[in-house]
Design a protein around this ligand. Structure first.
Ligand code: SF4
Length: 414
């Protein structure tokens, strides 16, 4: 029925309510788990961030401890950003190791840390329990710290201009694997290590590896952990969380029903179906008119302005007539356009539009009354900008292996 390059996964989720796509390895464009998938199908270890507070109490009791220890452990993890048992001095020594081993297992092992912009942009490449690799990027600004998180290892959407999409999908991340990326960087922010920025991480964008709405149950659980006040969660504002999608219309409709004030970012990249069918293969199933209607429905339900993401690609989607067509589609809508100068990826034939072309594109959209901004290219030096994640670490077709260093002048974080 669909020509989507993402296909049904086979393993059960660790904590999702709907028993949908799990952790089995699925190659891009393949109906079957790829060879070697089964040894990676083991679920990530259970973590307190997979559970709500009620679930944590039950888990603590099952470990032979008093239920109130769940709140204590949660306070250390979400409130104090502490996971070292030695620092949990309000918990009896005998219980600390049992509780941390049972509910705070190590989920993310840093493989490489990179930094640029004087330490205001930081990328960490993580290895997960099964060898899968994902990345997170922190961006510090004078008024906020934002983290870009991954929701899947790899991505099955197959957008040809995107580095992440070239390696295919390995698996969905668990709720805790998503949350732990945020908590880890919240600790970095709290340490004061991000110069000229607040010490509190405040914004989260689901724009790292993966299509968030293809991992819907876990992404939503992760968001609920992030917005729940401590000790249940991290206490972030709903309005400071952005969920991006290439346009999975049923999931967009479901998101509108969640009664959350999240920002929706729609990766449109082309205003016409002929080109979008190529740039964003999911468009072969849900057309431009369908995804825009779902976006307007979301805006109407939530009152939130939709961000229309548009990677500007030289001689591909940057023509004046496409700017005018996009302007006509968006005029009068609760939307703004975020133009993204395409980031270079190794061996790619796609390139960013020249600056004069970019300026003309912006001018035409604004002339149509559409608020338009051009995204900064933070992290380009460390392959941390949009579309570059993992490209220099993961060889296409090899979703877990580290490629050899390409010597691109990256600076290791101290
Ligand atoms: S642009 Fe987004 S949805 Fe498309 S392949 Fe890349 S990560 Fe996946």
């Amino acid at each position: 029925m669909t020509t989507l390059p993402i296909l049904e996964l086979t393993a059960a989720p660790p904590a999702g309510p709907r028993g949908d796509a799990g952790v089995a390895h699925v190659a891009r464009g393949s109906a079957e788990p790829a060879a070697g998938a089964r040894h990676r199908a083991a679920l990530p270890p259970r973590h307190l961030a997979d559970l709500d507070l009620i679930g944590r109490r039950a888990a603590v009791a099952a470990l032979g401890e008093r239920e109130f220890r769940a709140a204590q452990l949660s306070h250390h993890y979400f409130g104090r950003l502490v996971r070292d048992p030695a620092q949990m001095t309000d918990v009896p020594v005998a219980a600390r190791d049992r509780l941390t081993e049972g509910l705070l297992p190590n989920l993310l092992t840093p493989v490489r840390k990179l930094a640029c912009d004087g330490g205001a942009t930081r990328k960490t490449l993580w290895r997960l329990h099964d060898g899968s690799l994902v990345e997170s990027v922190l961006m510090g600004y004078p008024d906020r710290i934002t983290i870009c998180v991954s929701s899947q290892a790899g991505c099955g959407m197959g957008c040809p201009f995107c580095a992440t999409g070239q390696a295919g999908l390995t698996r969905n991340l668990s709720t805790a694997e998503i949350v732990d990326q945020v908590v880890w960087f919240a600790g970095v922010a709290a340490s004061g290590a991000v110069p000229h920025s607040p010490a509190r991480l405040s914004h989260v964008v689901f724009m790292g590896m993966g299509e968030p709405l293809a991992n819907y149950p876990r992404v939503m659980q992760a968001i609920r952990r992030l917005i729940a006040p401590p000790p249940e969660g991290l206490g972030l504002s709903q309005r400071h969380i952005t969920v991006s999608t290439v346009g999975l219309v049923p999931a967009m409709q479901r998101l509108a029903d969640e009664d959350l004030a999240l920002t929706l970012a729609l990766s449109l990249h082309a205003p016409d179906d002929d080109l979008r069918d190529e740039l964003v293969p999911v468009n072969q199933r849900w057309k431009v008119a369908d995804v825009l209607q779902a976006a307007w429905d979301y805006a109407a339900r939530t009152g939130r302005r939709v961000s229309i993401e548009y990677a500007l690609i030289r001689d591909v989607n940057d023509q004046a007539w496409r700017a005018d067509l996009l302007g006509r589609l968006l005029t009068g809508r609760l939307a703004h356009v975020n133009l993204i100068p395409l980031n270079p990826t190794p061996g790619s034939r796609w390139d960013a539009s020249p600056k004069p072309v970019e300026r003309e594109f912006v001018r035409r959209l604004r002339a149509a009354g559409v608020p338009t901004t051009v995204r900064d290219t933070r992290g380009r030096e460390i392959d941390g900008a949009c579309g570059q994640l993992a490209a220099s670490e993961i060889e296409p077709g090899s979703t877990t292996g580290l490629a050899s260093s390409r010597g691109r002048g990256r600076k290791a974080e101290q």
